[in-house]
Design a protein around this ligand. Structure first.
Ligand SMILES: [Zn+2]
Length: 371
């Protein structure tokens, strides 16, 4: 991008190129979210040894840190890895929707044979990426990452929240089948799904929605959801340690075995910790004013509608308790993500998220991912 600088991506490949099923895993597209990197740190040696032992049946591509741009964004001893400094884009939005490009190339050839359609679509998507001419490093990053992921059967994008329990974002098309299995295997304490598929083009959304969009355009053709694509939120930003990293890696490995990508016995599927809930049922607490955030409830708490989750304290108001504005849960559910106590809040800032089963009127038409 600038004289004297360059970026590289490091991708590990296991198994034979082109073997199926293919899994693609990446971490830290939000470059300051390292718990997923820790999980991959523990998973990589497991895959190295499985590969040496001939146990990789499909193909696995792992990119431990996908975002060298964000990794370099150090300012005054702070690491700011969520938004691109150049265009202020959220690194996990505006990924490429390839459905038009695929439509143009092979739309007229999609018919009743599902396997043929899958092969045609994957090939067309890769061909579309191959001719793209990115004009800056962020665009280049997006194209290169999707070249690795778009033909995969499983795409797992590893993130975290600020303070959270392990949770998962996926699409309705997956949630009743393969994503349920994923959620059980990784121990997700909340699973949220977009209906029918994600509209904001997150990385996992772009990979999964390609199939949904084409299926919608071609109701007569057999277009399966050929890619299980999910965003896994590995708890909070500071939840990076060997105990969690090791157990998260083992759970991912077991899921890869269960999917037949690695040979072995996956064993009994762990019990699903929480029923999946629709994004439209996710209560998002937006701060009504500026002040200091203080929570009444810990992450993971089961909440009831009407409970005070946290409060915003106006430091310039001398009236003690009257200086505190309560923020109330508008649904029953799991408080799966919150911020840190003592954080500065501002109007519109997200203070918490609750996974509830009931669709909320005020959430209609919202994507669920606000920032
Ligand atoms: Zn993230």
């Amino acid at each position: 991008m600038t004289p004297g600088t360059g970026r590289t991506l490091t991708a590990y490949r296991f198994g034979r190129a082109g073997a199926r099923p293919k899994a693609y895993l990446q971490a830290a597209i939000h470059a300051n979210e390292l718990p997923g990197v820790m999980a991959l740190h523990h998973l990589l040696p497991m895959l190295v040894s499985a590969d040496a032992g001939g146990r990789i049946k499909g193909e696995i591509v792992v990119v431990p840190t996908i975002n060298p741009i964000g990794l370099s964004q150090l300012v005054g001893n702070n690491h700011l890895g969520r938004y691109d400094f150049l265009g202020r884009d959220n690194f996990n939005r505006n990924w490429l929707d390839l459905s038009d490009a695929v439509e143009e190339r092979v739309g007229h050839r999609l018919g009743r044979n599902a396997a043929e359609n899958v092969a045609l679509i994957r090939k067309a998507a890769l061909a579309a990426l191959a001719v793209m001419k990115p004009v800056n490093e962020l665009q280049a990053l997006r194209v290169e990452a999707m070249k690795l992921s778009i033909d995969a059967d499983v795409v797992l994008d590893l993130h975290c929240d600020m303070e959270a329990v392990l949770h998962l974002f996926t699409a309705e098309r997956d949630v009743h089948g393969p994503a349920r299995v994923l959620a059980a295997d990784i121990g997700a304490e909340a699973t949220l799904y977009n209906e029918p598929y994600p509209s904001p083009t997150t990385f996992s959304g772009a990979n999964g929605a390609l199939w949904a969009r084409l299926a919608e355009r071609h109701p007569q053709a057999e277009i399966p959801q050929a890619c299980l694509s999910a965003t896994i939120e590995y708890r909070g930003q500071h939840d990076v340690n060997h105990v969690l990293g090791d157990s998260d890696a083992r759970n991912l490995y077991r899921f890869l075995v269960r999917r037949g990508i690695v040979s072995g016995r996956a064993g009994v599927l762990p019990r699903l910790k929480a029923q999946p809930s629709p994004i439209a049922g996710m209560d998002v607490g937006y701060c009504p004013k500026s002040g200091m955030l203080v929570y009444h409830l810990p992450k993971g708490a089961r909440v009831k509608k009407g409970m005070a989750v946290c409060e915003v304290i106006d430091p310039l108001d001398a009236r003690g308790p009257k200086a505190r504005t309560q923020m109330i849960a508008r649904t029953d559910g799991i408080l799966f993500a919150r911020r840190l106590d003592g954080r500065l809040a501002w109007p519109g800032a997200v203070a918490f998220r609750i996974a509830g089963q009931e669709r909320l009127a005020h959430r209609k038409g919202m994507s669920g991912l606000d920032d």
